[in-house]
Design a protein around this ligand. Structure first.
Ligand code: HEM
Length: 208
């Protein structure tokens, strides 16, 4: 019953997902304008948007296994929308860091990328996300053929890079980033068969 409703109203579901992804940003804007961001507003904004991007990335990667498990194939149609929201949050996250922490200076940004390995990883993840976002359009997907899937499999690297970026960015409170790393490992474990293709045959373990 619910399944039929969702399948029939996939565009309604998409609108609801857009709303759910936009709502935290509206909340953040309201907190900003009513000056409720605490003692270090820039850090609050960076953390909020970084976590938002990572949580959405995990949700995006959960869609496939969940859709397969509950046999709701049409849910796959929501992955592109969610993926683009991951990119939007990530761009806002980096934009805040660049504009508010580094006063919009390119030289300081380059310096940070060179000096701090966690920023280097963040930049690699961002560039990959941008590549996936640009090529997510149906027209480009058709033109790219088989290469499209190959390119989009880089999302498995992104899902590892971002929690490492998070783990590396904290000084002592490693509990939460460790949980994120474990979730990333579990999401990859769910795709172990697909990922095996990337391991050279000679050293490839047998997967049940
Ligand atoms: C050039 C790219 C990036 C830069 C410059 C950057 C910068 C930063 C900075 C400055 C922090 C806070 C470190 C601190 O607390 O002192 C941070 C944390 C974080 N970033 Fe990024 N980031 C980048 C890319 C990304 C991307 C692509 C994502 C997600 C898709 C992401 C997710 C996160 C997360 C989850 C945190 C931890 C937030 C927390 O501590 O609550 N970052 N990043």
């Amino acid at each position: 019953m619910v399944k039929t409703w969702v399948a029939r109203h996939i565009s309604t579901v998409k609108v609801m997902l857009h709303g759910a992804a936009l709502l935290p940003l509206c909340w953040l804007a309201w907190q900003t304008f009513s000056q409720q961001l605490g003692g270090d507003p820039v850090q609050y904004l960076t953390h909020f948007t970084g976590k938002g991007a990572l949580n959405l990335l995990f949700i995006t990667l959960l869609i496939s296994p969940v859709a397969k498990w509950i046999k709701w194939g049409f849910l796959l149609q929501t992955r592109r929308l969610l993926g683009l929201w991951v990119l939007a949050y990530a761009l806002i996250h980096v934009g805040i860091f660049w504009l508010l922490d580094l006063a919009g200076r390119i030289d300081l940004f380059v310096e940070e990328v060179i000096k701090r390995p966690y920023i280097t990883l963040g930049l690699i993840a961002l560039l990959l996300l941008i590549a996936l976002g640009i090529t997510s359009a149906n027209r480009i997907r058709r033109k790219m053929g088989r290469n499209w899937q190959k390119l989009h499999n880089w999302v498995y690297l992104i899902v590892l890079l971002v929690p490492i970026h998070y783990y590396w960015s904290v000084k002592s409170a490693v509990f939460e980033p460790t949980i994120y790393l474990i979730i990333a490992a579990l999401l990859l474990l769910l795709r172990r068969q697909k990922l095996m293709a990337y391991i050279p045959k000679k050293i490839r373990p047998k997967v049940a």
